[in-house]
Design a protein around this ligand. Structure first.
Ligand code: FPP
Length: 248
């Protein structure tokens, strides 16, 4: 019996977001290059995607490469780009077996051509899958995303297609990368860091935050189940009182 058997499936989050942190430190601690940690991190990606698919969680979003990550040493950036394409290609069996649809968002035009092509092939090949949507946030910055949202809405106002007084939270959400998806109810960050780091600032407004000291390459299905179990014990009040929530 695993921790998954104790999870109340009715109340599972519909969207989990993860900041996969600690690859570099994990590798360094073993006297290896940082990229070794990223490579080992792929197993954790596979385990989490499979676990979410098995639990029938509709969306999993992974912070795979931030806009700020471009300033890392060239060698690491190159290795990460290749690892990304190699992984989405070599994991096609995992996607098929688990009915996983791959999706990517962020400033994708900043990615090298071969990377965009590889991602696009994998997305096309899994487009008909109806289980978990696996979002990869790439060259992603939540502030840049919000700047783009503001620009899009401003252009619609300028062209007369939108009145300023009609701009509301729904209009904004509809212009984000996650349009049409539920907001993440649970955000996990590994490696002991306790920050949001420019990740899904709009979408995480009401998310439960879960921080664990486990380094990403060590993160297993059991750790995900622990995070979900902890989420299930939290009372989500959305500004209401505890008594009001009990009535529902
Ligand atoms: C953060 O650890 C991790 C990343 C910037 C990259 C994550 C990439 C992977 C797990 C590999 C492939 C991913 C997919 C989705 C195929 P860090 O390097 O910042 O670690 P540190 O804080 O210890 O330096």
């Amino acid at each position: 019996m695993t921790a998954a058997d104790f999870i109340d499936r009715q109340k599972l989050p519909k969207h989990i977001a993860i900041i996969m942190d600690g690859n570099g430190r994990w590798a360094r601690a073993q006297g290896m290059k940082r990229i070794f940690g990223h490579r080992e991190g792929v197993r954790a990606v596979r385990e989490c995607a499979e676990a979410c698919a098995e639990l029938k969680i509709p969306y999993l979003t992974l912070y795979a490469f931030s806009a700020e990550n471009w300033s890392r040493p060239k060698e690491e950036v190159n290795a990460l780009m290749h690892l990304l394409v190699d992984t989405v290609t070599s994991e096609m069996d995992t996607f098929k077996r688990n009915n996983i649809r791959l999706n990517a968002f962020g400033a994708l035009n900043d990615l090298p051509d071969y990377c965009r092509r590889g991602l696009s092939n994998a997305m096309n090949e899994t487009a008909h899958h109806t289980g978990l949507t696996l979002n990869l946030a790439l060259s992603y910055s939540a502030r840049n995303e919000l700047v783009n949202v503001v620009r899009t809405l401003a252009e619609r106002v300028q062209s007369g297609n939108l009145k300023p007084e009609d701009i509301d939270a729904e209009q904004i959400a509809a212009s984000t990368y996650t349009s049409g998806m539920p907001d993440p109810e649970l955000m996990i960050r590994t490696s002991g860091e306790q920050r949001i780091s420019n990740f899904l600032l709009w979408q995480l407004a009401y998310a439960e935050l879960y921080f664990t000291p486990v380094m990403w390459p060590d993160f297993k299905k059991e750790h995900l189940y622990q995070a979900i179990s902890e989420y299930l014990t939290r009372e989500r009040r959305f500004g209401k009182t505890g008594e009001q929530i009990q009535k529902f």
